[in-house]
Design a protein around this ligand. Structure first.
Ligand code: SF4
Ligand code: ZN
Length: 318
């Protein structure tokens, strides 16, 4: 029977791409080590950084909070959990409860910022006019979420925001950009690229770890799993790309690692050609490509809809 390659203990997981077999404790250690290597390779955190971990309450972000707390709190880096409440009844509440519980357990402060407070409407209210929108729910939601993360990070005086994107997310995004013909955007995926349209730098410490391994870490670390998924989730092309990559990985172990390396190589060639040109938004002053940022443009459309909706309800006596 095989044993843990590191300590000879009871096997828990075999990395098919490397042949390494690990017991549960060595597997957990290996995730922390891999994260630390990625952080140091791309210079993600400095000794004085105040790190805001974007915690949705899902398994990936809670695992990231656990790993970063274990690695960086003892080094006296300050860590704060920032969570966004989009306002999706029956879905986000459970995730936020999980986030609160894990932050408390780790003795990390948590700040929650809601769409309702920031933009004046919840996602439920905004998506009420779904059929009229040209973009998918997640693309729409993502515009507001990015702004909400900026806002939360600024409120807690963070110098860097860590998100839980893993290797699978990274490679999928690379391929989706190719499939959409968005070659110019590839440079934005460069880990060294500093996007000036975000007031606080973004980093992805899990970008070299397989999604499957993050899920196993979450299981071992006792991270609570969410029982419901977002009713608006619309992944379209992404879920097809995910299935395809998983099938390739099953037949050719390690192919995702190779794809990550190839993606980074291609991306680095675009890194300097894809600087975003921006001008301040005429409404909010945040960087925009056309003078009116996406948040203000979409918010105006939602406001109009929500107002029409409210007034028609009051006319109807509802
Ligand atoms: Fe927003 Fe999509 Fe996430 Fe739902 S699944 S919260 S719509 S990004
Ligand atoms: Zn604006």
């Amino acid at each position: 029977m095989s044993v843990c390659t590191r300590c000879g203990g009871k096997p828990f997981y075999t990395r098919r791409y490397s042949g390494e077999t690990l017991c549960a404790a060595c597997f957990r250690d290996s995730i922390a080590e891999k994260t630390k290597r990625t952080v140091s390779k791309y210079g993600m955190f400095g000794p004085r950084d105040r790190i805001a971990v974007a915690v949705s309450g899902g398994k990936d972000s809670l695992s990231l909070l656990k790993v970063l707390s274990e690695l960086y709190l003892p080094r006296r880096n300050e860590i704060v959990a920032i969570s966004i409440d989009e306002g999706v009844a029956g879905y986000r509440d459970e995730a936020l409860d999980h986030a609160r519980a894990v932050a408390e357990e780790l003795d990390v402060d948590q700040v929650v910022v809601s769409y309702k407070d920031l933009f004046g409407f919840s996602l439920d209210e905004a998506l009420d006019w779904k059929e009229e929108r040209p973009v998918s729910s997640c693309s729409f939601c993502g515009v507001f979420r990015r702004r909400a993360i900026d806002e939360a990070a600024t409120r807690v005086s963070a110098t860097v925001v860590a998100t839980a994107h893993n290797l699978d997310d990274y490679v999928q995004t690379f391929m989706i950009n190719l499939m959409h013909g968005d070659v110019e955007r590839l440079g934005w995926l460069d880990p060294a690229y500093v996007d000036n349209s975000f007031p606080v730098r973004r980093v992805k410490p899990f970008m070299e770890i397989y999604e499957e391994e993050v899920a196993l870490y979450a299981f071992l670390a006792g991270v609570p799993f969410q029982s419901v998924s977002c009713p608006y989730m619309h992944e379209g092309l992404r879920s097809e790309v995910r299935d395809y990559l998983n099938k390739m990985e099953a037949n050719h172990p390690g192919i995702k690692n190779v794809l990550l390396r190839s993606s980074l190589d291609v991306i680095s060639r675009f890194a300097h050609s894809s600087e975003k040109e921006s001008v301040p938004c005429i409404r909010c002053g945040k960087p925009s490509s056309s003078g009116l940022c996406n948040v203000c443009r979409m918010k105006a459309e939602v406001d109009e809809h929500v107002n029409i909706h409210r007034s028609s309800r009051s006319v109807g006596g509802g």
